[in-house]
Design a protein around this ligand. Sequence first.
Ligand code: FES
Length: 315
Amino acid sequence: MLKFEDRSVELRSGETVLEALERAGIDAPSSCRSGTCQTCLHRAVEGVPPPESQVGLTQGQKALGFFLPCVCLPTSPLTITRPDDVGARRDAVIRAIEPLAPDVIRLRVDADDFAYRPGQFLELVADGDLRRHYSLASHPEDDPFLEMHIRLHENGRMSRRLGEFKPGDRLHVAGPSGTCFYEGVHEDQRLLLIGAGTGLAPLYGVLRDALKRGHLGPIRLYHGARSREGLYLDEELKALSRTWTHVDYRPCLLDPNAPAGGDVAATALHAEQDVKDSAIFLCGGENLVKRLKRDFFMRGVSMKNIRSDAFTPSG
Ligand code: FES
């Protein structure tokens, strides 16, 4: 049996999930129909897709139930969704809003039954139609709230709205989404975390999760900012690296006079020459993430060892 949205489809013998969806008149994208192009990617939210339908996906995608319907012959019932379906909205209550830097706030909300992996992102919904994605810095086993670090934009609608909110106010959350989390990493592997601005939020979540899971390999975290105030978790991260001797925190202030731009990407690329065996996490603006991904790939890092969360500008 296959369930998709509000439809149930009985699978015929030898029929793939893609064929069953098409027979039922459900619009499902496809191209190669042989498990290569990933055009047909879907996600199982109940049931376990067979391993042969997850070949070529990242460890993070596999852990979240993503699979390829064109080569999926299920052996047990599956409930599936489109890959970008963030699920139902949940009620959430603001627990705290506080400044982290002149243009960054920490938002903590309570939301019942919101399961996630640190480093994923959620959709925050205010006033019914105001929606933005924010990464999660909290840890579900340690924190009784969802924590986001949000850059405020002078003319941004969400920024203005958040400025009016106070603890106790209500909004909605949906998700989680994203595969930038600690999964498929060997405990002795070197971790390299690089982010700028509020790109620190998912990296902070990943770092805490790695430590909680007993990661033993060296961990190096670069956080870039334009000003000293922008290094908004500086004290916490310094304290953390004093407690955990295998954690090396490297704050990077933008130096426009330095060669190659003097940003966190330039600093990390200069310092990190031998990265072939590292698991790399990249978070921040699109250009930063794209540049680091390309350069580390050129240095021999397999794409399966690079997880990233590229922020698109939003207000
Ligand atoms: Fe290409 Fe399924 S259609 S992987």
